[in-house]
Design a protein around this ligand. Structure first.
Ligand code: MN
Length: 486
């Protein structure tokens, strides 16, 4: 029988994150913590701390993500199979097959490292396959990675930078595409200082000085708004602010010549209400109080973002002649905006003892990714196009019918044509971008509406390869040219 030692980590720190936790769940989590504690006995981290602090923190991150107790337990045990004498049989006997399944999934991935392109590419392939099989495995892996980057200060500098870069280039984008924005932001911010030390210092300083100014302004706006909302029977509306994540700010600054005065959402104000009609009511009140900035109203409630994000965003002119961003959403949207997919999995899990976390249709890109990677054998090519095609910055382009096609930034009208269908690509003749007649090599911008004009007689040519950014389009062009040269 295992005993919980007094001088050790307190499971209450995990419990506190779980709403409505049952006594049974408490016991299971305690048992897993005890088990991991004994298994990792005597092991230390680079920091000199007992190893158990790592799985403990990973479990806390998972609990905060609002995932199931099974996943939290798997988080506590995630390193036992790989790093301790613990066997599969022991896990199975103590925690059952569902937990074992998750831990094996995480263990199979091993430790992913940049160590020559081939090895790296291979471990990433494994990661994506595991992700398609059971999305919960990647969530545990993300929590694991987050705690690892948070403790990077204890790691050798060269190794540190490699891990930080890999986190920014691969893990954060995965979190982003899964809609777990809070984890994405935290992964990037923890890695930023090790990946780009100089830039980090600059951005920290900018955010600090400018943040204070914005805060004063936003507080004023907030006081006024709270009062007026109360007059409209919206006393329950919650107003809070969030300061932009450092790395997110850095990326935006790069696009604005590092001019912080061009950033209007450094500090965004959020109004959180109960229902969707109340969201629109708040929007009306806001626009009645302050003039909206033209072209800066985005209704992601009426039309959610491709990754499921919902909220109304609007920029307003504040009384001092500056601008501020206000986001309006329901409590449910607010929760989903932080941990996205994580909350859906809980929902899907409840009621049925599933071994696999099911994926929603909007995560079809994972399947596309698996399909795509089967055809790319060269490791360098795999890594490069992975970054551009799947994990680079995305733009969302609308078809005339209102369907959304998501493409990497810098994609052309021809990329869009191929993304619709290879036949549309192969016979593409011209494009209408926001109703304007444009050539196929036109670089598209986020949220444009694009219509492709095809001609049966039109065929791909060699120079089309220069018009495209996506590996997918290039592949179709090459395969057409191969079949039709002689
Ligand atoms: Mn670990």
């Amino acid at each position: 029988m295992l005993f919980f030692k007094k001088d050790n980590l307190n499971p209450k720190e995990i419990f506190d994150y779980i709403k409505g936790i049952t006594d049974e769940d408490k016991e299971r989590i305690k048992k897993a913590l005890d088990f991991a504690n004994v298994a990792h006995e005597g092991q230390k981290r680079f920091s000199g701390e007992p190893y158990i602090t790592h799985p403990f923190e990973v479990a806390k991150i998972l609990a905060e993500m609002n995932v199931s107790t099974d996943m939290i337990i798997a988080g506590l045990l995630h390193d036992t199979l790989e790093d301790t004498a613990t066997t599969e049989e022991e896990i199975n006997a103590n925690f059952g097959p569902h937990i074992l399944f998750l831990i094996e999934g995480v263990t199979k991935l091993g430790k992913i490292k940049y160590q020559g392109a081939t090895r790296h590419a291979e471990s990433l392939r494994k990661l994506f396959v595991a992700m398609a099989e059971d999305i919960r495995v990647i969530l545990i892996k993300l929590a694991d990675r987050l705690h690892n980057v948070r403790t990077l200060e204890h790691v050798r500098p060269d190794k540190r930078q490699r891990i930080a870069l890999e986190t920014i280039e691969i893990y954060a984008p995965i979190a982003n595409r899964l809609g777990i924005w809070k984890i994405k932001g935290m992964l990037e911010d923890a890695s930023f200082q090790y990946a780009f030390p100089e830039e980090y210092k600059t951005v920290v300083k900018l955010r600090k000085t400018k943040g204070k100014e914005s805060l004063k302004r936003i507080e004023k706006v907030s006081r006024t708004l709270q009062k007026v909302l109360a007059e409209h029977n919206l006393r329950h509306a919650q107003i809070d602010y969030r300061i932009k994540y450092l790395f997110g700010l850095y990326k935006k600054l790069q696009k604005k010549n590092m001019d912080i005065d061009q950033i209007y959402d450094l500090l965004a104000m959020r109004v959180i209400v109960d229902t969707i009609p109340e969201c629109y009511q708040v929007l009306g009140i806001v626009h009645n109080l302050w003039r909206p900035v033209p072209g800066r109203l985005h209704d992601y409630i009426g039309r959610p973002k491709d990754n499921g994000y919902q909220s109304i965003h609007t920029d307003i002119f504040t009384p001092d002649g500056s601008m501020a961003e206000i986001q309006i959403r329901t409590t449910k949207m607010h929760e989903e905006a932080q941990f996205g997919i994580a909350s859906h999995i809980v929902y899907e899990e409840s009621g049925k003892p599933a071994t696999g976390g099911k994926m929603e249709k909007k995560f079809d890109w994972i399947k596309n990714l698996i399909e795509w990677q089967k055809n790319v054998s060269d490791s360098e090519e795999f890594l490069t196009s992975l970054k551009t095609d799947f994990f680079g910055d995305r733009i969302f382009i609308f078809t005339p019918k209102g369907d959304v096609i998501d493409l990497p930034e810098g994609a052309s009208a021809l990329d869009f044509a191929y993304a619709i269908h290879s036949d549309v690509g192969n016979n593409a003749h011209a494009a209408y971008v926001n109703n304007k007649y444009s050539s196929l090599d036109t670089i598209l911008k986020d949220r444009q509406i694009v219509k492709i004009e095809t001609k049966k007689t039109n065929k791909p040519s060699l120079k089309w390869l220069d018009y495209c950014k996506t590996t997918m389009a290039k592949k179709h062009i090459r395969s057409y040219l191969q079949k039709n040269t002689d």
